[in-house]
Design a protein around this ligand. Structure first.
Ligand SMILES: [Zn+2]
Length: 353
């Protein structure tokens, strides 16, 4: 019996030596120290052992069982160590390496300028009014005091949506400026209370389209921000004060402005506002072409015909309007030399802002 126990131990030990993976190890556990293993059978059948031998057999069986269990524990630890070494050498995860940076999007440079313009005018009580990009000739020209053969229509060659045959006298086109929104806004406001229309104080941002030769200075699509204030006793001084304040908030507290007479069909009188060159401080540089001044926007008092078309009686109401190009402001600020960069979707350009 004792010999048989020694054989059981040797068989277990030698087969354990050949095991290299955890599956084989758990099978070994079942057949050598499990409930139906040879060593457990010895304990189960102890009553068949002659009484005088039972003590010695029991002790020997216990030793064998403990030896096999100890060997199993040792082998388990050894296999784990091998597996760990393997994964460390093969998988090569170096936790000290820097992580991969997430690529973050950013706002388009023109959007950044637009948001700054919104912020400045919001502080002055102007609301954003969005108007349609597809317009009729009536809103785009006629109601804004452009007569049918006005030369300004030539300057703003338009993208017509309809064919020449379909056009008639009120063709549909892509708006050439944000000004038709002035009429739409005034009509909406005055429609609420035609006898005593409420004051208007809005800015109208958006994309405009002109059928033009594309060059470094002009694109067929561009954004504009229009402004409109209508109310009782609004004067040219209000216009100058508002726009000079805008220039200081936008370009710096010390920046100077000047107004030059100009002409637009929908304002009378009309002016252009220059801002002291914020690149050279007014001393003269290549961007301001040595003049020390930058043209920033066109403006004027709303023409009585336009007020009337918007539902505001020009006898009781006055107003001012202005319009500027966010692309131009962005180009001046960042010394961008070609307007075509803005809508070319070249990441090498866009990622710089
Ligand atoms: Zn300059």
């Amino acid at each position: 019996m004792l010999e048989k126990l020694e054989e059981t131990k040797q068989a277990g030990m030698s087969s354990l030596l050949e095991i290299n993976d955890e599956d084989a190890l758990s099978q070994w556990k079942v057949s050598h120290i499990g409930r139906s293993s040879a060593i457990m059978d010895v304990f189960k059948n102890m009553n068949e052992v002659p009484k005088e031998e039972r003590g010695a057999v029991g002790r020997a069986a216990n030793e064998v069982k403990q030896a096999l269990e100890a060997a199993f524990t040792e082998k388990t630890a050894a296999l784990r160590e091998v597996a760990l070494q393997h994964s460390l050498s093969e998988e090569r995860l170096d936790v000290t390496l820097p992580g991969r940076a997430l690529s973050r999007g950013r706002l388009h440079p023109v959007t950044q300028t637009l948001r700054e313009i919104y912020r400045v005018f919001a502080d002055m009580g102007f609301q954003v009014y969005r108007s349609r990009e597809v317009e009729t000739d009536e809103y785009n020209f006629q109601l804004l005091n452009f007569p049918p053969n006005h030369p300004a229509r030539e300057m703003q060659d338009s993208f017509y949506v309809q064919t020449e045959d379909e056009r008639g006298d009120n063709p549909i086109l892509l708006r050439t400026h944000t000004s038709p929104g002035q009429i739409r806004a005034m009509r909406e406001y005055s429609g609420e209370n035609p006898d005593d229309p409420p004051p208007v104080r809005i800015i109208l941002p958006g994309m405009c389209y002109r059928y033009e030769q594309v060059s470094a200075r002009s694109e067929t699509q561009f954004t504009q921000v229009e402004g409109l204030a209508v109310g009782h006793k609004i004067t040219f001084s209000d216009l100058k004060g508002t726009l000079s304040d805008f220039a200081r908030r936008m370009f710096g507290q010390d920046v100077r402005t000047r107004f030059r007479a100009s002409h637009f069909p929908f304002t009378e009188p009309s002016a252009e506002m220059d801002v002291e060159c914020f690149l050279c401080g007014g001393e003269g540089c290549s961007v301001c072409k040595g003049t020390g001044w930058l043209e920033i926007l066109g403006c004027g008092m709303v023409h009585p015909v336009v007020l009337e078309n918007g539902g505001y009686d020009p006898e009781c109401y006055t107003g001012f309007a202005f319009g500027m190009g966010p692309e131009r402001i962005t180009m001046l600020r960042h010394r961008i030399e070609d307007i075509r960069y803005f809508w070319a979707n070249d990441l090498r350009f866009l990622e710089q802002f």
